[in-house]
Design a protein around this ligand. Sequence first.
Ligand SMILES: C[S@@+](CC[C@H](N)C(=O)[O-])C[C@H]1O[C@@H](n2cnc3c(N)ncnc32)[C@H](O)[C@@H]1O
Length: 263
Amino acid sequence: MTINYDRNAKIYDARHGEEIAPHIARNVMELAGLEAGGSQLDLASGTGRGCLAFARQGMTVTASDVSAEMLATLMLKASGLELSTHVIKAGDLPFEDDSFDAVSMSRALYLIADWRRVIGEAVRVVKPGGVFIHEWGSGSETDVYGRIRGRLRDLLLRAGVKQIFHPGARTETQVEAEIFARGFKSVGAVETGPGLSTTPRKFIEKIVNRECSYLWDVSDEIAASAMEKVWIYTCEEFGDLDQEIFMPENSWWRVYRLPKSRA
Ligand SMILES: C[S@@+](CC[C@H](N)C(=O)[O-])C[C@H]1O[C@@H](n2cnc3c(N)ncnc32)[C@H](O)[C@@H]1O
């Protein structure tokens, strides 16, 4: 199953798409030893929240996604930048081995069932000594929204839903273990702080109106029954449904480097 964001292309930017700040992109590049003119493949780029900021710092960016609509929205913002787009799956890259100085990816590995293959492809197309830049961005199981989401996930599994949301990696720790197993070494991280400000009530509304992908493949009947239980759980567990919460509570752009010669 591929989770294509075509249906979100028109609303994504208003809700999640604020481009990362220039100083974050600069700090990540400095940490990674990247300079303007370097080549960067961005996987699952969406509307360019991450990769546009790197292109504005002078990177030559190849943006990619399964969603042509998300990439069309990205291109509306890419005027004057060294940036091309490709509609492709992150686990199946049409690029030669050792093609890019950097491969980047943000907020997508939890959506992709064959996420380990994606990291394998990143290793293949990055040059020896090159970097993988990753932002997990999906919070942790202890964030308030992570706990609400976890409850919904349990309920859908119990209801027998097969196409469960977030079929990919479960945690950032799991992703890092795979990255290290593929030979990358940690270089460091740039902290970006809390994400989108919201409330438990607004988060639940976003799930119910299917702005979040969680219920995209769930029947109306199962969705209604699960969301009623999620609502009760949230009231009991967190009380104030209008308290400010952040999605995620904190986030990092992490940099990993491949050795100069392949094993
Ligand atoms: C939550 S958005 C993240 C977009 C962007 N990277 C960001 O940080 O805002 C996830 C994106 O992954 C894309 N996607 C999902 N599965 C994919 C796959 N197998 N290969 C490439 N893109 C994929 C979706 O179409 C969507 O645009």
